[in-house]
Write a protein that binds this ligand. Structure first.
Ligand code: SF4
Length: 394
């Protein structure tokens, strides 16, 4: 990555793509080698409080599977055929030694598959710190906040012991402050893409988000600022595309080729839930008072609506689809979820019903992180885009 002067859009995206394709996590290993005291802690999707890992002086590392870049041999032996692909490739990465630089791995309570993977991980890698993180699933703010603050305090204690640096309140506040900046930067990227989707193609936005999962947050902030400058300096041509929201891709990620295919078929993605963990808290966490209490309360009061968070209102998810489409000024919805993803696919009929009740055009498909054929998606997304332009999706 060249230093000094303004960086071109292409050089920033090339740098991000290199990190995305690097299944050996060379950047993480290089960061660790800078000091023998450094440690890195991995985490599975969807949400973990990265602030706590950072406050202990360790590097949070997102583990998002191997995409379409690795043949799965060992990973398949651990799972039956009728579950999603992500845990197979995570096991494959682990069994191939590609995650051996991690001192610990956090498994949030996203679904049964990830919970079971945490148990397997404990048996496979007894030397790593393994923690299943039970995020709150209650609507009562006081009960949920108290429960989650207790979980977070136990996590801080464990991570402090792992790193050898127990953070005090000021350390925690400083890390929350950094991640507030990250949230602001991500919101800004999403805002600009929504306003000018031709200037921030989703392929580029996605690669930046993936890079942000394996580098220190301070470095991510620098890259986002450089990218936004490059976007202003190198505007793209406006195309006559339809504006769509992509829903359902919050955990196992689609292959990059699928994201590109959707846009090249004539759909600007103007909002999505790809890797939503990095913007799970919709606004800044307060830096007043007890930092752990504030982080806990932020989750209970300010988490985005998604399939992995309990929704007490039976119509809440249906209404959310409408609100999300309106907020994004979108023309339609693409429900794109990983095959066998229970949280996404159990929600899909309800979400689709919500879209249809409000007259919002939508299509749905399933993918796997290693899907290699995009013709079917190209035809579906292309027809969808054309139908929106011609008849408003009728
Ligand atoms: S893709 Fe869906 S089913 Fe698979 S691990 Fe993620 S949330 Fe669970």
């Amino acid at each position: 990555m060249p230093r000094g002067g303004s960086l071109s859009r292409a050089s920033i995206i090339d740098w991000a793509r290199e990190l995305y394709e690097d299944l050996d996590f060379t950047g993480v290993r290089a960061w660790l080698q800078e000091s023998p005291d450094r440690k890195a802690v991995g985490y599975l999707p969807v949400y973990v409080p990265r602030e706590l890992i950072h406050a202990c002086g360790m590097l949070p590392v997102g583990i998002h599977g191997a995409g379409d870049q690795m043949e799965i041999i060992k990973g398949d032996a651990f799972y039956q055929s009728y579950i999603c692909h992500l845990p197979r490739s995570v096991v494959e990465l682990g069994q191939s030694g590609k995650l051996d630089m991690l001192s610990g791995v956090l498994f949030p309570s996203t679904c049964d598959v990830i919970r079971n993977l945490s148990g397997m991980w404990k048996m496979l890698y007894p030397d790593q710190y393994v923690r299943y993180i039970d995020v709150p699933q209650v609507s009562d703010v006081e009960i949920g906040s108290e429960f989650w603050a207790g979980e977070l305090r136990r996590l801080v204690k464990d991570l402090g012991e792992l790193s050898g640096t127990a953070p005090d309140d000021d350390d925690l506040r400083a890390s929350i402050g950094i991640y507030n900046e990250v949230r602001t930067a991500v919101r800004e990227l999403y805002r600009v893409r929504n306003e000018r989707p031709w200037d921030i193609p989703t392929e580029e936005l996605y690669l930046l988000m993936r890079a942000g999962e394996v580098i220190p947050p301070e470095q991510f902030l620098t890259r986002v600022r450089e990218y936004l400058q490059a976007v202003e300096a190198e505007p793209n041509r406006v195309r006559d595309n339809s504006r769509v929201v992509m829903i359902g891709s919050f955990c196992e990620q689609p292959p990059l080729g699928l994201i590109k295919t959707i846009e090249r078929a004539g759909c600007y993605v103007v909002d999505d839930d790809l890797m939503i963990g990095n913007r799970f808290l919709a606004s800044d966490v307060s830096l007043e008072g007890d930092p752990v209490d504030q982080l806990a309360r932020a989750f209970v009061t300010d988490a985005v609506s998604t399939s992995v968070v309990y929704e007490p209102d039976p119509n809440g998810k249906k209404e959310h689809v409408k609100a999300q489409v309106e907020a994004a000024s979108a023309d339609g919805v693409i429900f794109a979820a990983a095959s066998f993803c229970d949280p996404a696919l159990l929600d899909r009929p309800m979400l689709r019903d919500g879209a249809e009740q409000h007259g919002i055009p939508c299509i749905a498909f399933k993918y796997s992180e290693n899907s290699g054929q995009f013709q079917q998606f190209r035809e579906q997304a292309g027809t969808f885009s054309d139908s929106i332009k011609l008849w408003g999706g009728e």
